[in-house]
Design a binder for this molecule. Sequence first.
Ligand code: ATP
Ligand code: MG
Length: 251
Amino acid sequence: MNLLVTKVLTKYFGDTHAVDGVDFTVQQGELLALIGANGAGKTTLVNLISGMLRPDSGSIVFQGADVTSQSVHGRIKAGIARSFQLVNLFDQLTVLDNVALVIFSREGKTRNFVYLADHDRPVRQEAMDVLQRFGLENKANMLAGGLAQGERKLLDVAVAVALRPKLLLLDEPTSGVSTREKAPIMDIITAIVRSEHITAVIIEHDMDVVFKYSDRIVVMHQGTILADGTPDEIRTNDQVITTLIGTQASG
Ligand SMILES: Nc1ncnc2c1ncn2[C@@H]1O[C@H](COP(=O)(O)OP(=O)(O)OP(=O)(O)O)[C@@H](O)[C@H]1O
Ligand SMILES: [Mg+2]
């Protein structure tokens, strides 16, 4: 069953065809890797799906409902959550409060949220549970700004997961961390995604990571979809190999 469908989705920045007529589908329950060289349009596609950018044309249907003109907040309510290529945390708040905040906003309790976060036991408990699943419970009272890079990346994903999304969009959850740290981070994220039956789209440059964790891979190139298939199909796709070799991306 299709959870998300984009039809001829298009976003130009001046002469740059960032997303150019993209038909992209995400099936219920899958872990999909979105790959492609720097500038291929991956983040722009995620920005369009999460509502941070408006498309020039085309449509986005989520769970059968057209969400193309819905606000970011409306889409979060509908079940679309995302993390960021560069993390999006409140560095001056504690790790626990960063998670508690989104639980409050999810529940519509936005007034005096920081004060409430300190006093609302069920929310604090739920935030602690989330941190525990991400192995961050020992950092709960630290300021988010004081975390190591790998922990910051995990916390950014934890914040998105705390929204209880149906579709989780992760923009390079291991960018900026050492190669050694990538596997443990992906192990934690994919274990949570699998055990909580969250449908996930993960943007990732490291092909070892992509082949190891994904059910399906979509390859973007210059704003369009170049290939779409299982890891085995993509691994042996000559067009993908030719296009990605020499543009082996950093990120
Ligand atoms: N706000 C913007 N204004 C102008 N151009 C933009 C903007 N955002 C993205 N672009 C351009 O659109 C193209 C696609 O960018 P995008 O960030 O989506 O690529 P990406 O696949 O996520 O790349 P990376 O792997 O480097 O993160 C690039 O040429 C980029 O320079
Ligand atoms: Mg990007």
